[in-house]
Write a protein that binds this ligand. Structure first.
Ligand code: HEM
Length: 399
């Protein structure tokens, strides 16, 4: 038996995943409501599941589940199978071009430095709320083309669809905020239809594939998806990376000595302790047997990405952080048809965030003992609730 839901497990899940890979590579957990979830922990099996879109589906209706994806905001490509997924993804691919993402770099750098300006004199930072969260929120608003004057409002409204932000809201308040958010987006769509700009909302409004465009409902669902996927993950990418560099002073020193290593370092940090613990929900569309386990049609299947990334069958010295590792082929951005379209943007954000922090502060240290740090609960993400740090920049203090 493995308990994947305790704070102790979340503090260090890797030894448990090693045992699962060895002894229970397909591990079933049945919840009190009778639904079984299977956790797949070996790299080879994870790849197989992510590629087999006939037997492992995203739209629960294709696994015989009635009433799935009821919330219109959830009717998006991440919960769709071909041919719906193919169409939605082709439309988003047109808008999510490498050119558009690369063009964001100077703005991302500016935002990172503005956030660091605010904490420089104080000499301390709560990295998650003061840096790792506001940076991707601003970036995704800028990318979409939300006017600067509306950023705060959109941040508040979009929080209601994000797990951490929805905490403390009643169901009614949450639905109310979602309606307000959707109404706001519809106004923006109409404005962009009339007066196109060089932004992602205009690109999505105009995207057309074989005469097909996105409906207003699909557009809001897609923008909501981009807002959610665009921040929950990137927050944890920045938080986990800084935390792990502080835990590995030799790697940190290597990176400080040669800041051009940042891209390679980020890939290894993604592999070693990335922000996505398991894939989103997949459903078994048929009965099947895997490593002797009988998976039934309608069961939930989750691949454990953080485990696959530490699988010794694929990675040498998998439990070691080595920022000089040649091309750590990790699965943090998934694989196959749902491969993360935001990966190039996430990489730029991660690189800029870490590089700016290290460049500004020659000395960075944890402000609390490691044991006091709390990891977020839940199987989907891996990230810290808070990361209090002390920062020293002698040059700034002289000013
Ligand atoms: C470090 C940051 C990020 C990580 C680790 C990450 C990871 C992932 C993973 C693993 C998937 C596939 C999920 C599955 O197959 O179950 C995915 C899908 C997706 N991601 Fe990301 N993501 C990140 C950042 C972003 C950003 C910044 C955006 C957008 C601005 C984004 C947008 C999406 C979308 C739209 C999908 C759904 C694609 C589809 O269903 O075809 N992600 N991401």
């Amino acid at each position: 038996m493995f308990d994947l839901f305790t704070p102790q497990f979340k503090a260090c899940p890797f030894p448990t995943y090693a045992t699962m890979r060895e002894n229970a590579p397909v591990y079933g957990h049945t919840s009190p409501n009778g639904r079984t979830t299977w956790y797949i922990t070996r790299h080879a099996d994870v790849m197989m599941v992510l590629q087999d879109t006939d037997r492992f589906v995203k739209d629960s209706r294709h696994a015989g589940i009635k009433g799935g994806a009821a919330d219109p905001i959830n009717r998006n490509m991440l919960f769709a199978d071909p041919p719906d997924h193919t169409r939605l993804r082709a439309l988003v691919n047109q808008a999510f071009t490498p050119r558009r993402m690369n063009a964001m770099r100077p703005q991302i750098e500016q935002t990172a430095h503005r956030l660091l300006d605010q904490v420089e004199i104080e000499g301390k930072i709560e990295l998650i709320s003061q840096y790792a969260l506001p940076l991707p929120v601003t970036v995704i608003c800028q990318l979409l083309g939300v006017p600067a004057a509306d950023h705060d409002r959109v941040a508040v409204l979009s929080q209601s669809i994000i797990s951490a932000g929805a905490k403390g809201l009643s169901g009614r308040q949450r639905r109310q905020r979602m309606r307000e958010f959707v109404a706001y987006l519809h106004t923006l769509f109409r404005q962009r239809q009339q007066e196109p700009q060089d932004d992602l909302i205009t690109a999505l409004v105009q995207a057309e594939e074989n005469g097909d465009t996105l409906s207003e409902a699909e557009l809001s669902s897609m923008v909501a998806l981009l807002l959610v996927t665009g921040h929950e993950t990137t927050v944890n990418l920045i938080g986990n990376s800084v935390y792990n560099l502080l835990q590995h002073p030799a790697a940190l020193a290597q990176l400080r000595d040669d800041p051009t290593r940042i891209s390679a370092a980020l890939e290894e940090l993604l592999r070693y302790d990335g922000p996505v613990e398991t894939s989103t929900t997949r459903w078994a569309a048929v009965d099947l047997t895997l490593h002797g386990q009988a998976i039934k049609r309608g069961d939930v299947v989750r691949v454990v990405i953080t485990s696959a990334n530490r699988d010794p069958a694929v990675h040498e010295a998998a439990d070691q952080l080595d920022i000089a590792r040649p091309q750590p082929r990790h699965l943090q951005f998934g694989y196959g048809i749902h491969y993360c379209p935001g990966a190039p943007l996430a990489r730029i954000e991660g690189e800029v965030a870490i590089a700016a922090l290290l460049a500004r502060f020659p000395t960075i240290a944890l402000a609390v003992p490691t044991e006091q740090l709390r990891w977020k609960q839940g199987v989907l993400f891996r990230g810290l609730d808070t990361l209090p740090l002390t920062l020293a920049n002698p040059a700034a203090q002289k000013l």
